[in-house]
Design a protein around this ligand. Structure first.
Ligand code: NAD
Ligand code: MG
Length: 402
């Protein structure tokens, strides 16, 4: 296997684990090279990785970050910045595969650029599909060009290997239930960011960890599955599964169910997306099914209002999911900054969706303007309900970087 890759979001939870996977694959003699890296603000960390892997180009958030990077890297390394920089890296002529592990709507244009340039895309940035699923899928020439990194979709992709569409009755995605699964709902207005960030089974970036507690992440994943597997919403189910061992299931028309299981470790689906369609050793240590109790239950109705709102937006389609995502990004940032209670996330999403008249088949510009409108609207709503805006210092635009 000879492969040249670019990693977008290289300083995040997925990005750092991807670097680990590449180190390990190279250590085992695989011919895999990192040509370019991109991230937001963690310039020192990014430059350290850039030097370690001898990359040819990097991109960072803005000109200030680019200036700092210039002092840390040899003159031969090209340094880019902003959305344009991200897109240049995503379509770099020497790259075969782009791992998009940027968080948030900021990842969409890079996915489109990579696919347009004919790259294989290993997609962690689920927001690309949530807000622009039809734009992404119209660029995918064959199913092997877009490989999901999300563990549930990676599992389903494996479960579907060798099957035809008419053999599949339903897809099932599992959800851990997040940090507050066992909390009394009456206490949810009092929970803290620290509690929300303590995920029971997965160790991930801050936005997706909070999205796991609201189950917004799971609504996103249903939307993601709808686009990836061309599956109608009525045939995608979600099950609470506290152990996070069964990740995704294909239910077949003859009553067979094919599930994919593993220990909850993102390095497994990351490696599979990089080496697709091959599974390569080694596995993480020490996993056995012996002694494991695997439990599954329906999502309790009314328990996860943000899940219902966002799933509704996905089913409605058009610009609705972009609006839901943008509102959620801003609300999660405000919750993490201590400005709003946890329960305001669902209320804020509901508020912007109510005010939005979705456009049915939006182009990229329409999605970006719906996204911008939703951010403004949700900030107006937060200011009204919780006092004046104190800035967007914890936005998930790379300012946090994890
Ligand atoms: P993270 O916050 O840990 O990392 C995000 C990365 O994106 C950082 O490197 C940051 O610098 C970069 N970034 C953010 N905004 C940017 C911008 N405007 N320009 C360039 N770079 C920017 O997030 P994460 O948990 O690694 O998640 C990344 C993506 O993968 C998300 O879409 C998430 O939903 C998805 N995902 C993550 C996990 C997980 O285990 N962490 C699992 C499944 C899916
Ligand atoms: Mg997932």
């Amino acid at each position: 296997m000879s492969m040249r890759i670019a990693i977008l979001g290289a300083t995040g939870s997925i990005g750092v684990q991807a670097l680990e996977v590449v180190r390990e694959l190279r250590g085992r003699g695989e011919d895999i090279e990192i040509v370019a890296l991109a991230a937001g603000r963690r310039v020192e960390e990014l430059c350290r990785s850039a030097r370690e892997f001898g990359v040819r180009a990097i991109s960072v958030l803005g000109p200030a970050e680019a200036g700092r990077a210039r002092q840390l890297l040899p003159p031969s390394v090209e340094i880019l910045h902003g959305q344009e920089g991200l897109e240049v890296i995503a379509s770099h002529p020497e790259v075969d595969l782009v791992l998009n592990a940027v968080v948030g709507a900021a990842g969409l244009r890079a996915t489109l650029a990579a696919l347009s340039a004919g790259k294989r895309v290993a997609l962690a940035n689920k927001e690309s599909l949530v807000i622009g699923g039809h734009l992404v899928m119209e660029l995918v020439r064959d199913p092997d060009q877009l490989i999901p990194v999300d563990s549930e979709h990676s599992a389903i992709r494996q479960a579907l290997r060798g099957l035809t569409g008419d053999e599949v009755a339903r897809l099932w995605i599992t959800a851990s239930g997040g940090a507050f699964r066992d909390r009394d709902p009456a206490e949810l207005s009092q929970v803290t960011p620290e509690e929300a960030l303590a995920h029971p089974t997965w160790n991930m970036g801050p936005r997706i960890t909070v999205d796991s507690a609201t189950l917004v992440n799971k609504a996103f994943e249903v939307i993601e599955a709808h686009w990836l597997f061309a599956m109608p919403y009525g045939r995608i189910g979600v099950l609470l599964h506290p152990q996070s061992i069964v990740h995704g299931v294909a239910e077949l028309v003859d009553g067979s169910w094919i599930a994919v299981l593993s220990t909850p470790d993102m390095r497994i689906p990351i490696k599979y997306a990089l080496t697709y369609p091959r599974h390569l050793p080694p596995p993480p240590r020490g996993f056995s099914l012996a002694g494991k109790n695997l439990e599954f239950e329906e999502i309790p109705e009314g328990r996860y209002p943000a899940f219902e709102e966002v799933l509704g937006a996905g089913i409605e389609g058009g610009t609705a999911p972009a609006v839901a995502n943008a509102a959620d990004e801003e609300l999660v940032a405000a919750f993490l900054a201590g400005r709003i209670p946890f329960t305001a996330i669902a209320a804020g999403i509901s508020h912007v969706l109510e005010r939005h008249a979705p456009m049915p088949v939006p182009r990229l510009e329409d999605i970006l303007s719906a996204d911008a409108w939703a951010r403004e609207e949700v900030h107006r709503w937060m200011a009204q309900r919780f006092g004046p805006t104190i800035g967007r210092e914890r936005r998930m635009d790379g300012s946090d970087d994890r």
